[in-house]
Write a protein that binds this ligand. Structure first.
Ligand code: MG
Length: 355
């Protein structure tokens, strides 16, 4: 049990390089609640990082802020806090940072990682036209990303992938629908099946596990679940139904590194490869996902990208960098990336301290 001396919450808002648009909405700024925990001379950092305006889930930065403040007013033991997954991820990962520092190990080794560099993949959001989408992909692919995923929505799917195959040839690629389709759209996925994609990520809404199983039985391309996998129990149910052949694990969505690791291990036991997704988070959350991506059953490039891909000015130094499609993991104990307190101050919306 880690004795807690102090917790500082800082709600920050960092401008994005370009708006991020998926089938459920668009954001131009990145909100996060940075959780700094002090314990016996160590400082651990976590990030509670929902997208603004229930963009990806019902959790919002404001709700996480209220939840964390209310919980910290009542409790001293952070592990006893009853909060949602995004809030929990904020402090659970800060505690993991401290534990890794106390163990004298970089977080990725502390978690059981087996590789000192991880492959990074490019994610391309929705744009008004197919040529714009392909230009955006081409611009970022110059950094050597190992694969590209395209966000799709009804009406912007088969045509986009046909053109992307023409433009990028055999480059590993796949699609992410963020749940925008239903089983009625089976024909769309049958047509996409012909393009040799790595996976179909979250075709249908999160709760539709049976429908995903029906789709998986009808197509050769592996179905990958993201939004559906909010808990260990849901992952186990999805596996037993045959709803997926690949799992996207997100530290924020599952409520921290301990749950993420449990899900990684369950997938491994069932022969289901996984990979680390992102919201995307700021550099703290990105660094945590990169650390998890070093685990043995993370067999596809992570969605963690270079800081400059999304943020004008990330809060970690040095920024996360992708070189030759790889993110080098640090050798320093703990998270390994330093959090720049001046930037927390610069982008602060509100800050509160709990002693
Ligand atoms: Mg996704």
């Amino acid at each position: 049990m880690i004795p807690i001396d102090r917790v500082v919450l800082t709600h920050v808002r960092v401008p994005l390089v370009e708006p991020f648009r998926i089938s459920s909405g668009e954001v131009a700024e990145k909100d996060a609640i940075v959780v700094a925990v002090r314990s016996e001379g160590y400082t651990g950092y976590g990030e509670s990082s929902p997208m603004a305006g229930s963009f990806y889930s019902a959790d919002t930065p404001e709700r996480c802020w209220e939840e964390l403040c209310a919980a910290l007013e009542r409790h001293r033991d952070l592990r006893e806090l009853r909060v949602g997954n995004f809030s929990r991820a904020g402090f659970e990962t800060a505690l993991a940072d401290i534990e890794a520092q106390k163990a004298g190990q970089p977080l990725w080794k502390f978690l059981g990682g087996v590789r000192g560099a991880v492959e990074s993949g490019l994610a391309v959001g929705l744009y008004d036209t197919i040529p714009q989408t392909l230009r955006a992909a081409e611009r970022y692919l110059a950094a050597g990303y190992k694969r590209v995923k395209f966000k799709i929505q009804p009406g912007r799917d088969v045509g986009l992938i046909r053109e992307a195959r023409k433009a990028f040839g055999d480059l590993p690629m796949f699609v992410d629908a963020n749940g925008a389709y239903t089983l009625k759209d089976l024909s769309v996925f049958r047509r996409l099946d012909e393009f040799g994609l790595m996976m179909f990520e979250q075709p249908f809404a999160g709760p539709r596990l049976e429908d995903h199983a029906e789709l998986q039985a009808a197509v050769a391309t592996p179905v990958c679940l993201d939004e559906s996998l909010e808990s260990v129990e849901l992952l186990e149910r999805a596996i037993s139904l045959g709803s997926l052949r690949i799992a996207n694990i997100k530290i924020q969505r599952v409520g921290g590194l301990d749950n993420a690791k449990r899900m990684h291990d369950i997938c491994e036991r069932h022969g289901i490869p996984c990979w680390m997704g992102t919201m995307p988070e700021l550099g703290i959350g990105g660094a945590q996902a990169a650390a998890m991506a070093a685990l043995p059953n993370c067999r596809f490039p992570t969605d963690v990208e270079a800081s400059e891909r999304w943020f004008r000015d990330d809060i970690v130094t040095p920024p996360i960098e992708v070189s030759g499609g790889l993110i080098e993991l640090p050798g320093a104990p703990g998270l390994g990336w330093r959090v720049d307190e001046r930037k927390l101050e610069k982008y602060r919306i509100v800050r509160r301290e709990f002693a």
